[in-house]
Design a protein around this ligand. Structure first.
Ligand code: DGL
Length: 277
């Protein structure tokens, strides 16, 4: 029997899993975009907690409570598995969520240190992320496990996720924040930078420009989508294949989310208000 390379050639799906995805706001749309590419037939449900973004400078107990509410909403809406499309929420809350929901498949996102190690030639790696992610015990364990002998420059980027919440990655404010947060990375001589927040891929072109062409960027959204694709085959009951639907909810302004998603997603979706969550 020939070995299957599921990473490069996912088997065509004949059923339509229903996957719930959430983030503090619009950043997780970068993961949703990758999920749609990987799972063209899946029903995708996305909850943006924009009324409470950013999570990056919030208290862990607050973040966990928000995650519980979003997760409950997505389960009520039919999600069979949940993708925590937020590095900060994964770092702070995924262990508690897994303990509280042992029956539920939960996939988190983490800064891509392993792919960065594979790419770096000078063994100097930068990580751009929120303060919450970089200060978390989970991230520190990940860094300890993978970066012996590596110069790791941790770069908190306060303000950047919030500035991207407007959907305008080309704004002057985003440019100023990127200039401020990439200067220490350039000074540190890193040749690889991990985008450790799901908002940042939408500004990847500007971050790349600020860091220069010799610096490689690592975004894990495609790898997360491949992992989800593999896991969907283990779901107990899959709905019959139906036209792929994408439903977005927000605790913020639905018109604003519709506007941003129309810029960032190349597939159809509907938007609703996240009420009572
Ligand atoms: N997109 C999120 C992350 O991946 C959260 C950013 C924030 O809300 O501060 O960390």
């Amino acid at each position: 029997m020939l070995p299957l390379d599921t990473d490069r050639n996912p088997p065509p799906s004949t059923a339509a899993p229903c996957i719930g995805v959430f983030d503090s706001g619009v950043g997780g749309l970068s993961v949703l975009r990758a999920l749609r590419r990987q799972l063209p037939q899946a029903e995708l449900l996305y909850a943006a907690d924009s009324a409470h973004a950013p999570y990056g400078e919030r208290d862990p107990a607050f973040i966990l409570a928000r995650c519980e509410s979003l997760l409950a909403h997505l389960r009520r809406a039919g999600a069979q598995m949940i993708v925590v499309a937020c590095n900060t929420a994964t770092a702070v809350a995924i262990e508690a969520l897994r303990n509280a929901h042992p029956d539920l498949m939960l996939v988190g996102v983490e800064p891509g240190l392993k792919p960065a190690l594979a790419l770096s030639r000078n063994r100097r790696i930068g990580v751009m992320a929120t303060q919450g992610t970089l200060a978390s015990a989970r991230f520190l364990r990940l860094a300890e496990a993978h970066t012996a002998g590596i110069h790791l420059h941790l770069q908190p980027c306060p303000g950047l996720a919030q500035a991207l919440e407007t959907g305008n990655a080309d704004s002057a404010e985003v440019g100023e924040l990127i200039a401020r947060h990439t200067t220490p990375l350039r000074n540190a001589g890193v040749d690889t930078v991990v985008l450790g927040c799901t908002h940042y891929p939408f500004a990847a072109h500007r971050i790349a420009e600020a860091l220069g062409s010799t610096v490689a960027l690592v975004d894990t959204s495609e790898a997360v989508a491949r992992q989800v694709q593999r896991l969907t085959s283990a779901l107990p009951s899959q709905k019959a294949a139906a036209p792929a639907q994408t439903s977005l909810w927000t605790s913020g302004d639905p018109a604003q989310l519709a506007h941003i998603a129309a810029r960032w997603l190349d597939f159809e979706f509907n938007v609703q208000r996240l009420a009572g969550v």
